[in-house]
Design a protein around this ligand. Structure first.
Ligand code: UDP
Ligand code: MG
Length: 323
């Protein structure tokens, strides 16, 4: 069985359509499947729509977060609840063509353990968005050593790979990079990003910046090395300036020069502050990880899961397992 994990955040207009489209495709291809919608704390009626879809089709299940925890958390939650021998992660907005699932599934049957869908183009995005995305992928490819310029979250993972990901202790998991980092027999299929038909992209510029910074730092300590490099540069500069000032003092020409003093003061001050900021950021990351909070909190589930767990405290048990 293939488990299709679908993170959904304010996607009320898409749930029914997505469920119907994917089930039709998988039924046609005679592939046994389940759809797991993860409601990531939507503020609209997404959860009601998921419950409705689950009522209509026994293969549909739903997991509801207690608040918005982000797409990464939603994908991990979906994989946690998945029962299939392999797992596909796909966006709810049908920007990832669901027909590809069949192709990916056939490759999995041939023995591949991870099938990544890579973008042939990035779809319609603003110039600034494309530019910053390119910068981000350049940096992240550099620090992870994995080419991520065309990567997406649309992937099929074998049960083995899913279990490895679920057992990772790190809370700040970057699914797209981690699923390549874990290795396994990997292959790729190409797809074209479609345009979103309903709703709008859930990413604001600010959330994209936060996402980029947190993922770069999750994979690399290089920004901390910037501090060292800046320190060395400052040392060289101060050596030169020190020699010059000493020379001027002995020659009796050490007058004026306050501009230099002010500039140096400001420069050192700002570099020290930036450096402390970078170090502080990493410390806060360590703090976050060490607190060991769960990645997400589930408030309720629906579909098959609901019947089975009636009366049981699924959430508590789930929390413990996630610690
Ligand atoms: N999403 C989510 N939680 C969030 C933001 C997004 O689960 O906090 C889901 C969203 O419902 C969609 C997928 O992640 O299924 C991709 O989001 P979106 O289409 O907004 O991103 P884009 O395609 O613009 O990269
Ligand atoms: Mg989208």
């Amino acid at each position: 069985m293939v488990s299709v994990v679908i993170p959904a955040y304010n996607e009320e207009g898409m749930i029914a359509k997505t469920a119907a489209t994917i089930s039709a495709i998988l039924t046609d291809a005679a592939i046994d499947y389940e759809l797991i919608f993860v409601n990531d704390g939507s503020r609209d009626s997404t959860w009601d729509r998921i419950r409705k879809a689950a009522g209509e089709n026994p293969a549909v299940r739903g997991v509801c977060f207690s608040r918005n925890f982000g797409k990464e958390a939603a994908m991990f939650a979906g994989m946690y609840y998945a029962k299939g021998a392999c797992c596909v992660v796909i966006d709810c907005d049908l920007q990832h063509p669901p027909e590809k699932i069949v192709e990916m599934y056939r490759l999995w049957e041939q023995g591949y353990e991870i099938i990544e869908a890579v973008k042939t183009d990035r779809g319609k995005e603003s110039f600034l968005h494309t530019l910053s995305a390119r910068c981000f992928y350049k940096i992240i490819s550099e620090v992870t050593g994995i080419d991520m310029s065309r990567a997406s979250d649309f992937k099929l993972l074998d049960r083995k790979a899913v279990n490895v990901l679920l057992n990772m202790k790190e809370k700040n998991a970057f699914f797209r990079a981690l699923s390549s980092w874990i290795g396994f027999r990997t292959t790729q299929v190409e797809f074209e990003v479609r345009e979103r038909t309903v709703g709008e992209s859930k990413w604001s510029t600010w959330s994209l910046i936060r996402y980029a910074v947190s993922n770069v730092t999750a994979f690399s300590a290089a920004p901390m090395q910037i501090v060292t490099v800046l320190g060395i540069l400052m040392l060289c500069a101060s050596l030169v300036l020190g020699v010059i000032s000493l020379y001027q003092k002995f020659m009796g020409t050490a007058l004026g020069g306050f501009t230099t003093v002010i500039i140096i003061q400001l420069f050192t001050g700002s570099i020290i502050m930036i450096s402390l900021g970078i170090i502080g950021y990493y410390i806060s990351k360590i703090y976050e990880e060490i607190k060991g909070r769960p990645r997400y909190v589930v408030s309720e589930t629906c579909g098959e899961e609901e019947k089975k767990n009636k009366g049981e405290k699924k959430t508590d048990e789930h929390l413990e397992e996630n610690l």
